[in-house]
Write a protein that binds this ligand. Structure first.
Ligand SMILES: Cc1cc2nc3c(=O)[nH]c(=O)nc-3n(C[C@H](O)[C@H](O)[C@H](O)COP(=O)(O)O)c2cc1C
Length: 218
């Protein structure tokens, strides 16, 4: 199946270096649609509830459409950055986590300004009725998020960067209308995709496993 070259990464290197790429997305370089299709072929191997495969994949390349989505995204980023929920406002007094959070805030702001210039925007969608189910939402989202993450991993393996974003979702209906996404399909994320600049990516600092691990009893 593979026709584009893949990077020489072990499975663990791939899993631990697939970062949220923002400032290093190369907005100047076109990405062939065939390469995106190849990443999506990988994504389709992900599990879904009852093997329903109720996903649909919206790939946006047309500049005017990207610009419109970029405008919506920018407005939502501005609201987010002004809110208490923003990354930069978390753990401000923590000497380890504070600077990391501020860096993320800065990077989120950059993507807010440039989303519409990223050459490919991928929106994974899942069929799920007009109203979201009251119970078992995990069943619905679990039938699209693993596939969307597989897409990001496949992209990373092929020298592309992606960013997992959701801030446009408060304007989901507007984006659905713009792109003709039918009623009953829910957008799970907005994944800007581009070649990345620079050499490679490193594992990120995370809270230690022992602070979140429970064996047999919480
Ligand atoms: C559910 C979810 C929603 C996110 N939404 C956004 C977003 O709208 N904009 C953004 O720039 N990053 C977003 N992120 C990316 C996180 O900020 C990022 O994963 C985190 O900073 C850790 O960085 P890393 O993925 O490079 O390890 C989101 C991540 C997740 C999992």
């Amino acid at each position: 199946m593979t026709s584009y070259p893949v990077l020489d990464l072990t499975p663990d290197e791939l899993l631990t270096t697939t970062r949220t790429v923002r400032k290093r997305l190369d907005t100047t370089r076109e990405v062939p649609l065939e390469l995106i299709r190849e990443c999506l072929e990988v994504a389709l191997q992900a599990p879904s509830g009852s093997n329903r495969q109720g996903w649909q994949w919206m790939v946006v390349t047309e500049p005017a459409l990207r610009a419109r989505i970029g405008d919506i995204y920018r407005e939502e980023v501005e609201k987010y950055l002004a809110s208490q929920a923003s990354a930069a406002k978390q753990f401000v007094d923590d000497p380890d986590r504070g600077p990391v959070q501020r860096r993320i805030g800065n990077s989120v702001a950059w993507l807010g300004e440039h989303m519409g210039e990223v050459p490919v925007l991928v929106i994974p969608c899942i069929r799920g009725g007009v109203e979201l189910p009251a119970g078992n939402q995990a069943g619905l989202w679990g039938s699209i998020l693993p596939a969307a993450w597989s897409y990001s991993l496949a992209a990373r393996a092929r020298g592309l960067g992606t960013a997992w974003t959701t801030l446009h979702l408060s304007r989901e209906a507007e984006v659905a209308e713009l792109l003709g996404i039918p009623e009953g399909f829910h957008q799970a994320a907005l994944l800007p995709t581009a070649y990345f600049t620079g050499e490679t990516f490193k594992p990120a600092p995370r809270e230690p496993l022992d602070s979140v691990l429970h064996v047999d009893r919480w």
